[in-house]
Design a protein around this ligand. Structure first.
Ligand code: B4P
Length: 191
């Protein structure tokens, strides 16, 4: 299996690059953001709860997302590998992910951290908000998401750096240029 974590601040291009990774490597894409948005759309109890956090730019509680991921990994145990997009977002989720994969004799091969400055992130998300109407892409919620990213999610970089699997990727440039840098990192681990 090839297990990739695609990491970065909101708006760094995780969803965009994941779509290209799926096309190229045929891995199972698990985006906690997409999964939660589907629950909201379907009006489930989980969706209602998730919406109360997401609309404020806060993280959904660890227990909820960890349970969702655990069951999805089990369900797709025969996949060629996984792209974890937007998960983990806290140290507790990072520890849980390692344990979940361990149960299947697996581990994370690489954590690709898309590096984009704050000004560009805000610009991209405001633009997406205008086009897609995504409720959390407004200035106030974007600021809250960025704060949450720095306090709760960014510490994971050290967690993975210490394990020697963190790779920083320049996240500014054309989508294809960024994908080329990602491919180079993956080729290195596949060899
Ligand atoms: P996500 O859906 O993961 O949303 P995101 O991080 O804001 O955006 P993403 O990273 O996918 O967007 P992308 O950069 O691809 O999460 C939403 C919310 O769900 C969270 O705030 C949280 O509340 C909750 N949640 C999700 N996972 C959770 C977890 N594990 N634990 C707890 N809560 C969780 O794209 C951004 C824009 O940039 C796009 O419009 C794109 O077209 C553009 N773009 C991309 N690459 C570009 C480039 N190279 N140049 C110019 N524009 C580019």
């Amino acid at each position: 299996m090839l297990n990739i974590v695609i990491f970065g601040a909101p708006g760094s291009g995780k969803g965009t690059q994941s779509a290209k990774l799926v096309e190229e490597y045929h891995l199972k894409h698990l985006s906690t953001g997409d999964i939660l948005r589907e629950e909201i759309k379907a009006g489930t109890e989980l969706g209602k709860l998730a919406d109360s956090y997401m609309s404020k730019g806060h993280l959904v509680p660890d227990g909820l997302v960890i349970d969702i991921l655990d069951s999805l990994i089990g369900k797709h145990a025969n996949a060629k590998g996984f792209i974890f997009d937007g998960f983990p977002r806290t140290l507790a989720q990072g520890e849980a992910l390692s344990k979940m994969l361990e149960k299947h004799g697996e581990d994370i091969d690489v954590v690709l951290s898309l590096e984009v400055d704050e000004e560009e992130l805000i610009d991209r998300l405001l633009k997406r908000g205008q086009i897609s109407g995504r409720k959390d892409d407004n200035r106030e919620t974007i600021e809250s998401r960025l704060k949450v990213y720095h306090t709760q999610t960014e510490p994971l970089k050290d967690f993975y750096r210490r394990r020697g699997i963190l790779k920083n990727i320049e996240g500014i440039g054309s989508i294809d240029e960024i994908f080329n840098s990602i491919e180079k990192e993956i080729d290195r681990i596949e060899k």
